[in-house]
Design a protein around this ligand. Sequence first.
Ligand code: 1PR
Length: 519
Amino acid sequence: SSSGSVVTLLDYGAGNVRSLRNAIRYLGFEIEDVRTPKDILNADRLIIPGVGAFASAMDVLVKTGMDEALCICLGLQLLFEYSEENGPVKGLGLIPGVVGRFNSSNGFRTEILDEIGDRHVYFVHSYRAIPSDDNKEWVSSTCNYGDDFIASIRKGNVHGVQFHPEKSGGKIFCAFNVGLSVLRRFLHPNSQGTKSPTQGEASKLAKRVIACLDVRTNDKGDLVVTKGDQYDVREQTKENEVRNLGKPVELSGQYYKDGADEVSFLSITGFRDFPLGDLPMLQVLRHASQNVFVPLTVGGGIRDFTDSNGRYYSSLEVASEYFRSGADKISIGSDAVYAAEEYLKTKVKTGKSSLEQISRVYGNQAVVVSIDPRRVYVKSPNDVKLKTIQVTKPEYLKQVCWYKEEGKRVNGGQEGRPIGAYELAKAVEELGAGEILLNCIDCDGQGKGFDIDLINLISDAVSVPVIASSGAGAVKHFSEVFTKTNASAALAAGIFHRKEVPIQSVKGHLLKEGIEVRI
Ligand code: 1PR
């Protein structure tokens, strides 16, 4: 190979680097992995992915001696002096400033961003670096999320972006892919691109539309996308077969082309036996990540396992295998319920739950907790110790209910737990969840709209982003959830699988209603 088409990649073993590799190859480059610090010094173009958690990344860089090589040539956050994430942890110290936790965009002045214009890029991070007098010569763009944070840096031939170029996919096959343009401009510094006329306009954080694929094996042993009514996925026929709505890889590719901001795969039988034995699901991720350049989340069965030979696998190993196979985020259901129950009982964070461990190594932003509540009506708020609400839905007006967690699966059935969605959400946030996927069993598959009461209850209680899920049946349900609640994303399954409402129509409708979305 001529060195002109080679990119050197420093893969320090955290997060989803597979998608970045796919994107670089897609742009026609070959990848050489850094094996020794020398490879860094010899590199023409070096890419350091920024995925994962600060402390674990620095740990690897220091142990392998890469940190010193990196200080000579040069993920954005690692370049700063310190991070508060699991810390303070010392960074590479190239840029003055500290990376802290969070409590859209303007003024670009770096040419790798020249083609972005007013389009959206994809940020997924719980910590951020703040612009200051000390680092202003580095800062090339900032964004606002509560306060101003650094979106990109640039000095000489060093570029850093806080967002994920490989995941900021516009429509790759037809129009323009924002994220790939950033990567391309870094890799070919002199490439010409058309400048967008509307550069530099401030924009808000866009609301996300997420397509969800509930995946399981059917009775013939094939992995299929299925969909339940209030979580019952079997057809109401004599055969009682598992409803089959298509193939996971094909459908995820379709949803990406249709403009989904993210795609989630939930393995709903939770790999009853052994998740790493569930190779088809890992294959699904590997194949999907070749063509889908928006974030992929995978959930189901993330917990500690002992296989039939007595070998123990930690939930962290299970999650790592998903990240290596192309997942950007993992989603935990049942195991997070256990962890929250234990935490509420003892008030002690052991650091040992899957939720705590995975968020420590891969960062909070990579860990979603899926909550699966069902309404329980009571006569008065005094009847339960848990948080109750007055229902505002016309058919149940003024009744009092609480939301019982039912996602916990035992022998394939559902077992309710004596914990409310509200208490669960607050506990998992403290334990490290970076995002909450809020389902509602009553609304699932009903097409009558999201449970606005529930979504308000939870999104007002936590400061992490909440994904509203269950019940979408028409475009108006999406604008309703975004105008009446603080949800930052809305997820749907059935209407997309049955092709009743294409994702483009949802986005078109939201735009018309004045709601910011990525087009
Ligand atoms: O407990 O960590 O093994 O994770 C299991 C995961 O599987 C959880 O995320 C749980 O939500 C999910 N799950 C378990 N059983 C079912 C089921 O359907 N029988 N599916 C299930 C969850 C619900 C949503 C659905 C929305 C939107 N699926 O994801 O996609 O309700 O549907 P709609 O737009 O058609 O209304 P663990």
